[in-house]
Design a protein around this ligand. Sequence first.
Ligand code: ZN
Length: 622
Amino acid sequence: MIRAAFVICSILLAWLPHVEAAADAAAPDPAAAPVRHELSFPQRHNQYVHVRATWPTGDEPLELVMPAWTPGSYLIRDFSAHVEHLRARTPDGRVLEARKVAKNRWRIVPAGASEVTVDYDVWAGELNVATSWVEADLAVLNGASLFLFSDASRDGPQQVAVVLPEGWSGVHTPLRATAKPGVYHAADYDELVDSPIVAGNLSRHEFKVRGHSYALVLGAGDRWWDAAKAQEDLARIVEAQQEFWGVNPFDREYLFINLFMGPFGGLEHDHGTVMMVDPWQMLHRADYVKWLGLVSHEFFHAWNVRRMRPQALARYDYGQEVYTQELWLAEGLSSYYDDLLLFRAGLIDVADYFDLLAQEIRNYETMPGRHVRSAEWASFDTWIKQYKPDENSVNSTVSYYRKGALIGFVTDTAIRRETRNSKSLDTVMRELYGRYGPDGPGQGAYPPGAFEEAVERIAGPAVRRYVEDLLRATDDPDVDAALDWYGLILNRAPARTAAENAGAPVPAGFGVAWDASGPRLLAEQVILGHAGADAGMLPGDELLAIDGIRVGPVDHVARMQRLVPGQVVELTLARHERLLTLRVEVREEIEERYLILTKPKVSQAEKDRLSTWLGRELRFLR
Ligand SMILES: [Zn+2]
């Protein structure tokens, strides 16, 4: 059943935690009594959240910690930098010293009190899916950036009361509601941190798939959004992925929280995802397909990452970097399946899918950094590379999303080839989930090498060795051989082919990505191995003239189109406000797009393999 609903529950709580504390004091057992957090927004117009939290205490000092990062986003964010006015007191109002002992740690001596209440303000003005954002009529809250924990209470129950300002109509969170309006419950701190809380005036559209409840929550600014169509398409993604995994892991409603703000992206949670997109994301088909891919990716994480993840991430160390070499599996294989499952769900056609795969290959092959770091080491270095991109990232590392997706593609093909198309990467993923999902012996985490072992169990030792090389080496996955097995070929130079066929000069350039968004034309990335890098151009250089003729952000594209490979030109550049000239031999420009095509003659065996892989009958091949 699919229905739309608008949640209206005006809750204005006059909730006094210290009064509650007195009522709950009858059960002082610290093991059972929840930590009680309360969120209110008296200074929301300045982007502050007020947090009041109460810990049951014993004789030991209470050490309170703020996470340095949030699961799913591997960057030290030092959330404690935004904590202000932290103060502690006993239930009877005695002030206690809260002494800061590390950048994200406070020590409080309870001095005989059975509970300690801490008040603090958090500035919530960082806009992305891994942080918190508050303004006059909206709060988007990530638990790791808000809630303190103590080692002693981390595994115990947590309670959150959300005090809504006047005019805010509702709270949307996967946290379980309690009997008290506006009060939610989490089994432990990890669940609290994993449960986003959004509040304000958002619309909510509920639907069911295979009897299970889902909801699409839309932020303000949905005027260009067709909620009914989005909800229908979400249901197809859910259906395809439930079909893929064969296990429904949810014990409550799953929330797709879609906000029309911030940088494009999503963050996965056990029972939901928070996504940030453009308000006009649905207007053009390519943008909408990108959104569907995001949804598919985040939803796939409900199994791959949330409920089955690398051992190193099994119990989060919130205080520091956690190292794993397996983000190519957690993220890369999720990237392989996000678009493939859109096709299996019938949301994109085969041309769309081939185009998405071709661009994935193109973007991978135009990164010289792919020969610097392997998929495993790019995973390990995520804290200093993937999440800290700079001008030279393209030359110094590879995206484990992108390479992981291509490893997924060629591994899938190798398994199918070895097993005469009777098994696939799908089989491996399901087998892994059975073993390392929450109900398997691995209890939600896999040790290093688990994937390679599963590949061997399904497809034999040769495919395992093939996969190990892919993961450890900086060589390119042989995508051409894989495509060929399905009767497909990759055209890496469609622009050159088109120019040659038209008798026009082939596209030429310097191997530089330009930033033409401002008044000056700046080199954003200088790709190693290409003409600009060989001549000594640097990121940040401003291009002023080619052969003495002025060039700028507006006319550079037209000017570049008149360059010819082999021609030597003199570039006038400005670097640190000094002028310099470089002589550069123009070369063929990096192709903007690749194309996947069917071979001129496709055999019946190739057609059969293609249909089995893509999971749908392909009419154009008949
Ligand atoms: Zn992801």
